[in-house]
Ligand binder design. Structure first.
Ligand code: SAM
Length: 221
């Protein structure tokens, strides 16, 4: 199935922006947001490039950029409020190693990202679409995993975490053992093994939902 034929993994609702988010968006949009003309190759000057898919309020994006100046973090999000929050924090902290894609990560990966580009792809608590009739909206399936595999450098990491047991199991089933090796968190660099709790992680904890993670290392080309 072509990705373009897929149902979107998100439904855009009108969310209100805080004054702080509005101000950050207006002041720092040009500095941090990438537009259609942005040359991704310019990011290669940094040694390590990470992608944070659906960063929500941006805890992971900010954490990675703050703790690892040698990483360039590319965050992808469709919600402007989350982007406003990240821009506000990034500018306050003077972070220079963040870029933001405002939009759907799927066509971006397919059409704009060169193969073997990322050293790390993070996807924490993607929208679980819990009802069976909505499962087709979930981002992670076999074809998506292949796309992530294609865009990662050899030996690089895809880090996925969810509090929806069914999504976790389905993702496990979609993992090709020829392409990926599952690894343990303890084997990751400190700042990746110790992500801060995200908003959705805290929600899961409050609701007593157990979170499961899958950390995959790209094996071959
Ligand atoms: C459940 S939230 C999790 C946010 C954050 N990672 C966390 O753990 O708190 C999932 C996020 O993914 C974003 N999202 C969903 N589909 C997306 C897509 N195709 N491209 C970019 N962002 C997407 C949504 O807007 C939402 O903010």
């Amino acid at each position: 199935m072509q990705f373009q034929e897929r149902l979107k993994s998100f439904v855009l609702r009108k969310g209100r922006l805080t004054a702080n988010q509005k101000e950050a968006l207006s002041n720092f949009k040009d500095k941090y947001l990438i537009d259609d003309n942005f040359e991704l190759d310019t990011l290669r000057t940094n040694r390590v490039i990470a992608l944070d898919i659906g960063f929500g309020s941006g805890e992971t994006t900010i954490h990675l950029a703050r703790s690892s100046p040698e990483i360039t973090v590319l965050g992808a999000e469709v919600y402007l409020s989350g982007i406003g929050t990240v821009l506000s924090k990034a500018s306050l902290e003077g972070l220079e190693n963040i870029k933001i894609l405002h939009g759907d990560v799927l066509p971006f990966l397919e059409d704009r990202v060169p193969d073997e580009f990322f050293d790390l792809v993070v996807m924490l608590y993607p929208d679980p679409w819990p009802k069976r009739k909505h499962h087709k909206r979930r981002l992670i399936k076999e074809d998506f995993l292949s796309l992530i595999h294609q865009k990662l450098k050899k030996g690089s990491i895809f880090y996925f975490k969810t509090d929806w047991e069914h999504y976790y199991q389905e993702t496990q089933k979609a993992v090709s053992k020829n392409l990926w090796q599952e690894i343990k968190r303890e084997n990751l660099p400190y700042e990746i093994a110790n992500f801060p709790a995200t908003s959705f992680e805290r929600k899961a904890q409050k609701a007593n939902r157990l979170s499961n993670e899958l950390i995959l290392k790209k094996l071959s080309k």
